[in-house]
Design a protein around this ligand. Structure first.
Ligand SMILES: [Fe+2]
Length: 390
């Protein structure tokens, strides 16, 4: 790693107590007790229940005689109305700990519900940064995908149901108290979900590593995540029962999540919020998987050295190449990874049309991810990138 003596920076460690390992879900009763909980409110989605993963969570609770209630109504990119309803349900249940089980939508919903249990008013009144005042109920995150890193981040992203727009609560108070990361829970995740969520984790790591806010501590974590994903995402997506690949991907998603908390991301994530909004509602992982190579193509000429590092971490032999060619290898490596794991080449099949370009770009340009992007970007640049992925 090269150091830059002119750089001053801030890195805040994650307060989440991370427990990682195969079979870790069975330690849930201990974690609830050590977080001060006695009765658990479980928040998940119907897919997690149908896959039998909810049973993996409730069995140890029954064995330990810990009471629990279940809300399994989370939908992809769940909304503010469900969060508010679930808070009322939680209060009626008299539970004193929240457990989120699932992908980003379930974990983000659970984080918001735990916060609103102790902070008055509707979810939407906390959208933005640092608006949560009181410490939430203890919240335990059990990820069942390897992608969003929500188990270790300070963000809860959900849909504002009044405007059909994605919004986020960002607060250092809403980190989960505990992350129970059990790679065995991801063994049956379907190939396209594995591929798209894995590309989301890769986008977190690459956008974090290459942006203007990156510093050495986030950079080290992001670099390790890129290397792990480059080595293991193909196997995880194409041979889902490969436990080593699943382990590596869950580790990478968590490391990328910790890396990105202080740095923000880049243009691919700026586009993800509006592309997940309105009638479009394209899944977050798909947006990232499709847009990341196009965004990297635009960015690599501005910060070639960082992209050379990315190429090397992805296993490219770059040492004998001219600098710009070596940097460009990061883009081709990500493109071929996406192709190998079955990521669609465009978002047209998800409903993206020319008429969406202007409103999506206008909304994306307001994102806090644009100012840290490694290449200065105007609305026309972003529109050009988006048109490449229709
Ligand atoms: Fe993401």
């Amino acid at each position: 790693m090269n150091v830059n003596v002119a750089q001053s920076f801030n890195f805040f460690p994650v307060p989440t107590d991370i427990h990682f390992g195969c079979g870790m879900v069975r330690s849930l009763p201990e974690r609830i007790k050590s977080a001060g909980g006695t009765k658990a409110f479980l928040i998940t989605d119907p897919g997690v229940r149908a896959a039998g993963i909810l049973d993996e969570v409730t069995r140890p609770l029954e064995k330990a005689a810990i009471e629990f209630a279940i809300c399994d109504r989370v939908k992809p990119d769940s909304g503010s109305a469900l969060i508010d309803e679930t808070v009322a349900e939680l209060k009626r249940s008299e539970c004193d700990a929240v457990v989120g089980i699932g992908g980003g939508s379930s974990l983000d919903t659970a984080k918001a519900v735990a916060a609103l249990a102790t902070n008055p008013g509707p979810a939407l009144s906390y959208a933005g940064l640092h608006k949560v005042r009181n410490r939430p109920l203890p919240m335990i995150a059990i990820p069942t995908t390897a992608g969003t890193g929500s188990e270790v981040t300070l963000w809860s992203v959900f849909t504002d149901d009044t405007r059909s727009v994605k919004v986020a609560i960002g607060s250092t108070l809403i980190y989960p108290a505990v992350a129970l990361c059990d790679p065995e829970l991801t063994l049956d995740l379907p190939p396209l979900v594995t591929a798209a969520t894995g590309m989301d984790a890769l986008a977190h790591a690459i956008e974090c590593y290459t942006n203007n806010a990156c510093q050495p501590i986030s950079g080290a974590l992001a670099m390790e995540a890129i290397e792990l994903i480059g080595r293991h995402l193909r196997s995880a997506a194409l041979n889902g029962r490969n436990l080593e690949a699943r382990y590596a991907m869950m580790l990478a998603a968590g490391m990328a999540g910790i890396a990105m908390n202080p740095t923000r991301l880049g243009l691919a994530h700026a586009l993800a919020m509006p592309l997940g909004s309105w009638g479009l509602r394209i899944p977050h992982g798909i947006v990232l998987a499709v847009t990341l190579p196009a965004v990297m193509e635009f960015n690599y000429v501005a910060e070639p050295d960082r992209f050379v590092d990315v190429a090397r971490a992805l296993g490219e032999s770059v040492d004998s190449l001219p600098r710009m060619e070596a940097a460009g290898r990061a883009v081709s490596a990500v493109r071929s990874l996406a192709r190998d794991i079955g990521i669609p080449s465009g978002l047209g099949e998800y409903g993206l049309r020319e008429e969406h370009v202007r409103p999506v770009v206008d909304e994306a340009m307001k994102s806090g991810n644009v100012p840290v992007n490694p290449r200065r970007t105007c609305a026309e640049d972003l529109a050009r990138i988006l048109r490449q992925v229709i």
